[in-house]
Every structure is written in structure tokens, then in C-alpha cells.
Design a protein around this ligand. Structure first.
Ligand SMILES: *[C@@H]1O[C@H](CO)[C@@H](O)[C@H](O)[C@H]1NC(C)=O
Length: 437
């Protein structure tokens, strides 16, 4: 029923928005007849402020008798919105703007025919609010330009903090993780130097991936700290996008290359393995373009949900594609282990690849599913914990990959003694019974 028309956009925005950081936003609405247009979500502290500047307001029906109190901007929390829906359903009110549960910012009635307005609003109740526009006139289309800025005042000096209250320490978190990755890169360079006789090309590739991750985090820290202070990224977002794009391509390629055993098991790639790379790389391009569109437009756009779905779909396809080469390697190794004289050696490699397979799945699952669940169950005040959880999982994955595939003359997986051979042979019997996938 009609209520669903209100419900869906609101629910979707609260599921998807968490990582979109509220900054000063510009939105252009054209001939829009949606009953609710969500603009932005923001976690206010007790010193919350909203600035709203709207210009070029045009209604498709210029009739002066139109009831303009049915058009307007409001702030609403998620819980309050449920109450509003209830009221609408019971027929207690016929427009969200009439409810006591929403905080009215401005009704178009008070414009008195003007086509623009500037307004400021103070929010003293700490909570997570959504700024939205309600249009309760069925056949009126609205066009307007909207600039919205939401911020909290911080500390004694009353500095503006444009990051929502649960994410205000993000710059520091990203910076700390960047330092961790720089340290890892330093350790890796040292390891490569010490073991320089057994270094493969893949090891330099790994170094590049870690360095890109560190640079990416530095850009993100800088980006977020500019947004925190000024409300816009001042170009740092461009650098961030470039490096996260490079990092995305390199990371997925690395997983594919390690999965195929390139450079340490064999010096070449098979055709089907090359095809996986040729699918994953363009998909990463698409995923990153979708990500940029999402970040830049915010949830008010018609196509926002579409882009979000494109992004999720592409991400899922990439994640499945990178698993294929590992599965192929496992299959090859398993066959070799049965026929080859060096059964035990192959078996150890098999174990390694199986471990890697499981770890890649865990990594993908954790960073895609668990982190999003985390977002929905943690309070908006602690949203940063899900960022930390995701980054810790990523860090664990990098450390595991580096540790297991480090250059080593006597890598237990590639040359083993008699004793281990027996253990391995027993393992073969066991694992043969447990089929993979
Ligand atoms: C927006 O509105 C606020 C509040 O009235 C005002 O202080 C600010 O200068 C306006 N900003 C712009 C860019 O018009």
C-alpha cells in the first residue's frame, strides 16, 4: 500500500549508507514526484547543526491555492520513522510532515512564493538522523537545488566536525593502519634482502600490494581529515580513488597469481587462468566507477540503488572468479599427488592451497558480509568499530599470505623430510574422503 512507498527508500538508505560520510552535499532534484526523497544521514551529538540552502524551487503545478504545507524538509530518526509509518497506516495523519515524531525544518508554506531559502537548525538530541524531503501532493513534481551541511561542534573551541559522531575518529584509525602497513612493507623488504637467493617475482608483487595498501590508507586518512575539518575532500578523494583502484586490481591479481602458483610453482599462466584475470580487472574498473558514483551523489539520486546493486554484483562476481584458479590448482595437485612419485611433496602443496582457499573465502566473507552485519547491529555511535573490524581482517589476510608464501629455501611445503612424508600420506587418505566444495 501507500505506506510501502514511504518505507522502502528509508529502509534502504539506512542499510546502505553507513560508509558514506556526510559532508557538504549538493543535490539537484528535477521533476521529482517521489513522496519521500532522502538526502543524507548523520550522527549528531548534543551540539548538532544543520544548514540547508535551497534554491531554484519550481513546482509542476504553479497554482497558488496549492496546499504547500504538504511539502517540506524534515529530520527523523529510524525509530521515529517507524512510528510515523504506523500513524500513516492507521490514518491518524495523512502526511509525514504532520507527525509529532518528525522534526520539521521547513514547510514550503512559509516560503510565501519565494523560490529559495537558507535555514539553520540546531539539533540537541544526540542520535542518528536522516534529512529528507516529503511531498504529500500526489501529482506535483518538484525541482530544486539543495545544499545541505551537517556538523557537530567539537570541544571547547567549538570547531566544526563534519564527520558523524560514530566516525569522527576515522582519520586517526586510517593513519594508524597505514603505519602498520608501512612497517609490514619494511619487514618484507628486509625478508626479501635476507632471502634474496630464493625470491620470486611474486614476492615483489606482494611488496607492491602492501605499499599500495599503505598509500591508499594514507590518502583515506587525509581525505577524511579534510572532510572532518572543512566538509569537503579538497581533491584528496581523487587520489584515494586512484590508489584504491590500483590496490583493488593488484590485490585480486595477487590472489589469482598465488592461487595459480605462478612464479613459484610454474613460470607461466594457462589460458583459462589468464581469462580469469581478464575478467577480474575490467570488473574492478566497473566496481570502482560505481563506488565513485555512489560516494559522490549520495542517496537522493534515482539511480543510487541501481549503482549500489551494480557494485555488489560486480564484487560478488570478482570474489567468485578469484576462487576458480585456486580450485583448479587444488584439483591439479590432488591428481598429481595420486599419480606422481613425489606424492608427499605435492600433498604438502595441496594442504597449503587448501588453507589458502579457506582463508580467501574467510577474508571475502568477513569483509563483505560480517562487516555489513556489524554495521547494522552496532549503534551509530560505534560505527568506527566495523571499520576497524574490516581493516583487522584485511591485515590478518595480508599477514597470512605473506607468512605462508614468504621466500624460503626450505619451505616445509615444497621440500619435506621422511617423517613428515608419512604424516602427509595419512592425511591424503583422510582428506580424500572429505571432498572440497
Ligand atoms: C546557507 O544557509 C546558512 C543558514 O542560513 C547560511 O549561514 C549560509 O551562509 C548559507 N550558505 C550559502 C552557501 O548560501
Amino acid at each position: 500500500m501507500a505506506v510501502h512507498r514511504y518505507c522502502v527508500p528509508f529502509l534502504l538508505i539506512s542499510v546502505f549508507i553507513p560508509f558514506v560520510c556526510a559532508e557538504i552535499r549538493f543535490a539537484e532534484i528535477q521533476h521529482d514526484n517521489r513522496p519521500i526523497i532522502p538526502f543524507d544521514e548523520f550522527g549528531f551529538t548534543h551540539t548538532g547543526h544543520l544548514e540547508l540552502n535551497v534554491s531554484n524551487i519550481k513546482l509542476s503545478n504553479p497554482n497558488p491555492d496549492l496546499d504547500r504545507s504538504k511539502l517540506g524538509f524534515f529530520l527523523c530518526t529510524g525509530d521515529a520513522w517507524m512510528q510515523v509509518l504506523l500513524q500513516l497506516e492507521e490514518g491518524y495523519i495523512d502526511c509525514a510532515l504532520d507527525s509529532d515524531f518528525v522534526e520539521l525544518i521547513l514547510e514550503f508554506k512559509s516560503l510565501k512564493g519565494k523560490s529559495s531559502f537558507d535555514t539553520a537548525y540546531k539539533e540537541n538530541n544526540a542520535d542518528l538522523y536522516t534529512l529528507a524531503f516529503a511531498n504529500c501532493l500526489n501529482n506535483v513534481k518538484v525541482s530544486m537545488k539543495v545544499r545541505s551541511a551537517m556538523y557537530n561542534l567539537d570541544g571547547k573551541e567549538n570547531r566544526r566536525d563534519y564527520l558523524p559522531s560514530g566516525l569522527t575518529n576515522l582519520p586517526r584509525i586510517y593513519f594508524l593502519f597505514a603505519l602498520v602497513y608501512l612497517t609490514l612493507a619494511g619487514i618484507w623488504v628486509y625478508v626479501l634482502y635476507i632471502k634474496r637467493l630464493t625470491v620470486f617475482r611474486i614476492h615483489f608483487f606482494m611488496l607492491a600490494v602492501v605499499l599500495l595498501k599503505a598509500i591508499n590508507l594514507l590518502c583515506e586518512a587525509e581525505d577524511k581529515s579534510y572532510i572532518k575539518r572543512t566538509g569537503s575532500a579538497h581533491g584528496w578523494d581523487v587520489l584515494f580513488y586512484i590508489f584504491s583502484f590500483l590496490k583493488g586490481i593488484m590485490l585480486f591479481s595477487l590472489i589469482v597469481l598465488i592461487g595459480t602458483g605462478w612464479s613459484f610453482l610454474k613460470p607461466y599462466l594457462q589460458d583459462k587462468e589468464k581469462k580469469v584475470l581478464m575478467i577480474v580487472i575490467p570488473l574492478q574498473v566497473i566496481a570502482h566507477v560505481a563506488q565513485i558514483v555512489l560516494d559522490e551523489t549520495g542517496p537522493f539520486g534515482h539511480d543510487w540503488i541501481v549503482w549500489k546493486q551494480v557494485f555488489l554484483l560486480v564484487d560478488v562476481v570478482c570474489c567468485c572468479a578469484v576462487l576458480l584458479p585456486i580450485v583448479w590448482s587444488i584439483k591439479n595437485l590432488r591428481e598429481a599427488a595420486k599419480t606422481d612419485g613425489k606424492a608427499a611433496v605435492n600433498l604438502m602443496k595441496l594442504t597449503l592451497f587448501r588453507q589458502y582457499y579457506v582463508v580467501v573465502i574467510c577474508y571475502i566473507y568477513f569483509t563483505r558480509v560480517v562487516v555489513y552485519t556489524f554495521v547494522t547491529i552496532t549503534s551509530y555511535k560505534y560505527l568506527w568499530t566495523s571499520v576497524v573490524a574490516g581493516e583487522l581482517a584485511t591485515l590478518a589476510f595480508y599477514v597470512f599470505t605473506g607468512y605462508k608464501f614468504k621466500p624460503e629455501p626450505h619451505n616445509p611445503y615444497f621440500s619435506i623430510g621422511d617423517e613428515e612424508e608419512e604424516v602427509a600420506a595419512e592425511q591424503l587418505k583422510l582428506e580424500d574422503e572429505i571432498e572440497l566444495c
